[in-house]
Design a protein around this ligand. Structure first.
Ligand code: ADP
Ligand code: TRP
Length: 331
């Protein structure tokens, strides 16, 4: 049997190149040799997105983004998390095997508590149970489809380790391999794609390069990257340059070597380095940007693709829940 690759993206904003290199590209590469199941994590998004029109639009936007990036719905099972009720059945069962202490240690929850403390507020202010139990729902997403590999950026690794812990508790309790233990697949060169300000690129930091920004907007954003005050003639260190870090994601090894040499020899100003960055970024993103516009313009077709994916996903999901219920004595 082929191994299974699975990943999800929350529809909480426009896709950016961190999502593209950290999750989408590695996932599409894995789809060539794995049975791939990729989905829109819309119930995860509900934790923070309470405006229905906005959430609905973002769901389609992320779905169109996957398709524009090359996902073939004939080969990949592609669906919305919310179309698979078994996710929630499994979540309830996994809750019984998840210690509260494990959730207390989750990075996102801990960060919220620390921010509250810094502001002198109640530790749990603004924390809903969806945020607190986020890793259990994510474990269910993964475990439900007997996933072997989960392509994600580094920030998600803790969640996958939690899914492993939870699945292991289940298997240990029933003394049989009821649930598959998943592994994170993190690409070393894109584990943390830096944003325009040098921190991790993230919707929450407002430092993103959107994947499908119009060409002019893309150029404007890249020209805004903060640089140091070194003059045109000064030799520059490519390895500490924000511009070069981004360049490496888009350029061939030959292009990288050539540009690194120009940085080191001096004579190239930051403006020129940014122009060269824009050239390679636009070269890669222009074709998917055009496809994205065409796909997003036909929401009915998009919805049909997602519905067909859910049809394919549900029997797989049902089999896992059935296996677990049987092991648990609830059949
Ligand atoms: P954001 O941090 O912008 O909210 P998400 O949490 O929706 O992004 O991430 C969706 C996927 O993209 C996850 O697999 C995540 O690890 C990956 N990802 C997000 N930002 C980056 C980044 N800067 N570098 C690498 N991968 C990233
Ligand atoms: N938590 C992931 C994120 O913020 C999204 C996600 C939900 C996910 N369920 C998943 C990723 C299952 C991989 C597998 O990006």
């Amino acid at each position: 049997m082929k191994k299974v690759s699975l990943t999800g993206i929350k529809p909480t904003g426009s896709l950016h190149i961190g999502n593209y290199f950290g999750a989408i590209k590695p996932a599409l590469a894995l789809a060539a040799e794995y049975d791939a199941r990729y989905f829109i994590a819309d119930y995860h998004a509900l934790n923070t997105m309470k405006d229905p029109a906005e959430l609905n639009a973002r769901i389609r936007e992320v779905a169109a983004g996957w398709l524009a990036s090359g996902l073939d719905p004939e080969r990949v099972i592609f669906y919305r998390q919310s179309s698979i009720p078994e996710v929630f059945e499994l979540t309830a069962m996994l809750m019984a095997f998840t210690s509260k202490g494990l959730m207390n240690r989750a990075h996102a929850y801990k960060a919220a508590v620390q921010e509250n403390a810094a502001r002198g507020e109640d530790p749990d202010a603004g924390v809903n149970m969806g945020l607190f139990t986020y890793p259990v729902l994510m474990a269910a997403d993964i475990i439900l489809f007997d996933s072997d590999m989960v392509p994600v950026g580094k920030d998600q690794v803790q969640h996958i380790e939690m899914a492993q812990d939870i699945a292991r508790s289940v298997n240990a309790n029933y003394r049989q391999p009821v649930l598959k233990i998943p592994q994170a697949a993190v690409r070393e060169n894109a584990a943390v794609v830096p944003g325009l300000d040098g921190r991790k690129m993230s919707k929450s930091y407002g430092n993103v390069i959107p994947l499908f920004a119009p060409e002019r907007e893309l150029r404007r954003l890249l020209m805004r990257i903060v640089t140091n005050s070194q003059g045109v003639d000064e030799p520059k260190d490519p390895d500490t340059s924000q511009i070069f870090l981004l360049y490496k994601l888009f350029a061939s090894p030959e292009e990288q070597a050539a540009l690194a040499a120009r940085y080191r020899s001096g004579g190239m100003g930051w403006g020129e380095a940014k122009e060269e960055l824009f050239r390679v970024v636009n070269r890669e993103l222009a074709p998917p940007r055009e496809r994205f516009q065409a796909i997003i313009a036909d929401p009915a077709a998009l919805d049909r693709i997602l519905a067909a994916g859910a049809e394919k996903a549900r029997p797989i999901a049902a089999a896992t829940v059935k296996r677990f219920r049987k092991a648990a004595g609830i059949d």
